[in-house]
Design a protein. Sequence first.
Length: 431
Amino acid sequence: MQRLIGIRREDKNIWERRVPLVPEHVHLLLAEYNIKTRLQPFTDRAFQDKEYVKAGAEIDEDLSPCEIILAVKEIPPHLLLPDKTFCFFSHTIKGQSQNMPMLQRLLDLDCNLIDYECIKGPDNKRLVFFGRYAGLAGMIDTLHGVGQRLAALDIDSPFLTIKQAMEYQDLNEAFEDVHRLGQAIKKHGLPPALTPFVIGIAGYGQVSKGAQEVLEQLPIVNVSPQDLFKLDPSVPFYKVIFSEQDMVEPNDPEFHFALRNYYVHPQYYRSKFDQYLDYLTVLVNAIYWDERYPRLVTKASLKQRYEKGGEQKLLLITDISCDIRGAIEITEKTTDPANPSFIYNPLTDQIQDGFGGSGIADIAIDNLPAELPRDSSQAFSSALWAMIPEILEADWKTLFEECHLPPEIKNAIIVYNGELTPAFQYLKEYL
C-alpha cells in the first residue's frame, strides 16, 4: 500500500522559500519506502515544482488525502485540516501569544502536532534544525550591515563589498566575497578609527558555529572575554565568544558559577555582560533566552553611556535570537531582508528604520535561514527525511502512552489527538 505525505506552500511572508524535504529525499522516500509526496504549487519555492515531479512527487493544491502534512513555518489556523498529523516549527513552546489561536485550532480539529524544535537526542541537542544557517546568514548580513552603517556615518570601509545573504546565489558565492574581504583587510588593514575591530558572539551552539564559519574567511584573531581589557592595538581584527559563565554571575558573591544550577535557577544570577560593551564593535546574539534569564544589553546601560558623551565603540548588534525586548532589550521589533536594520537612540528611547541616525544599529531578521533557502533546506531535509517512515508507521489512534515512536519524535509531540501531551500541559495557561 502506498502512503501519501504532503508539503504545503510557505506563506508566512514573501521571503520564506524553504522546504522541509528536498527532491533528493522525496525520491528516496518513494524508492525505499513507497511513500509518495504531494506538494501544493508554489512558484517561489527554493526548489522548482518540476524538480519534485522529476523526483516522483505530484503537484496538487489539495492535501486532504495526505496522512502527514509537512511545513517549515506556522500554518494559518483557517488552513489547518482536521485529523491530520502536522510537522512544522509552531513557535508555541514559550506560550507565544500570536500562535495560541493556531494551537487552539489544532486542538479543536483533533490534530497531532510534531514541533521540529523539540526533536532532540539523548543529550538534549536538537536533531532537526536550521540554526547553523541562521548563523551563516546572520554573520553575512552583519558584515553587510557594518559596511552600510559605516557608510551612513561617512566612513569608507572594505565591508561595503559584502552583499546581503539573500543576494547570493548560494553559500559558496557568499564565502568567495567574504574571502575577498579578508584579503583586502590583510593587505590594507582597516581604517584607524575602527581598530581594534572586535566582533563578539554570545553563545557557542549551532547558530554561533555558523556565524564563526563566515569569520574563518577573515584575518581575525581569537581572544577570550578576559583578553578584551588588554587588546594589542596593532592587531586590527578580533573575535570573542561568550559562554554563560562569561555573561552572568551569582547574585551572592559567596557562590561560584555552576552551569546546571544557572539553567535550573536563573533567578539566582545577574548579568555581568555590561563590562564588555565598551570593547565591542559588533555584538551577535545567538543565545536562547526567556524572561527568566538576565539580559545581556539593557536600555539603561546604553543610556548611561550615551549621557556621558564621547565616542561610542559599539556600532551594531545583530540579534539572531530575535526575542522582542529580550536578551537585547533594544530589539523593539523584528526586521526583514527588505528593511534589515533600525537605529536605536539610547537618549530618546526611539527607533528609526535604516542604517542612518544617531545610536546603535540593530539587525533583527527573524527568518535568516530563508536568505539561504537551497543550502539550508538541503541540510534540514537530510536530518528529517529518515524520520518520516517511523512517523507514518505509528498508530496515532492509540493512547499516547502506547504510541510506539522513537523518543526523540515522541517527545516532540505537542498535540496528540486534539489534546496537549503531558510535557506540554503548561501551555493551557496561555490558550
